[in-house]
Write a protein that binds this ligand. Structure first.
Ligand code: 5GP
Ligand code: ZN
Length: 113
């Protein structure tokens, strides 16, 4: 999608601090990190939100396998981490390209505000 920031990151039109990539998924550091580890994991394909995955469960599997690798790479798998998907306006989604936040490296409060 031409005016989507994350599609531009996928295409290399906007730079990012990429930490993982495979055929279907890329992961990069959030530009405004909320924790010592704050990574965004996104499908390369433009999918607007979790509402739009339809039957495409393969992408959810790919994202979760990527998260599994990333948390081990950053050594946050043992102490714990949080995976967040903000969906829609009230869910706090500001970029309309499906993405999962992976946060770790500090104690994370619950419930969120
Ligand atoms: P949302 O609020 O939609 O769940 O999360 C969007 C996230 O994307 C935010 O945490 C924001 O900091 C991050 N973000 C927005 N634009 C960019 C960008 O150009 N580069 C990177 N690396 N992160 C971005
Ligand atoms: Zn997009």
């Amino acid at each position: 999608m031409s005016d989507c920031i994350f599609c531009k990151i996928v295409n290399g039109d906007i730079p990012c601090d990429k930490i993982y990539e495979n055929e279907n998924v890329i992961a990069f550091k959030d530009i405004q990190p909320q924790a010592p580890v704050h990574v965004l994991v996104i499908p390369k394909e433009h999918i607007e939100s979790l509402n739009d995955i339809d039957e495409n469960l393969d992408i959810i599997k790919d994202i979760h396998l990527a998260i599994n690798k990333i948390v081990k790479e950053y050594n946050i798998d043992r102490d714990g981490y949080r995976v967040v998907n903000n969906c829609g306006k009230q869910g706090g989604q500001t970029v309309n390209h499906l993405h999962y936040h992976v946060l770790g490296g500090r104690n994370l409060n619950w419930p969120p505000g």
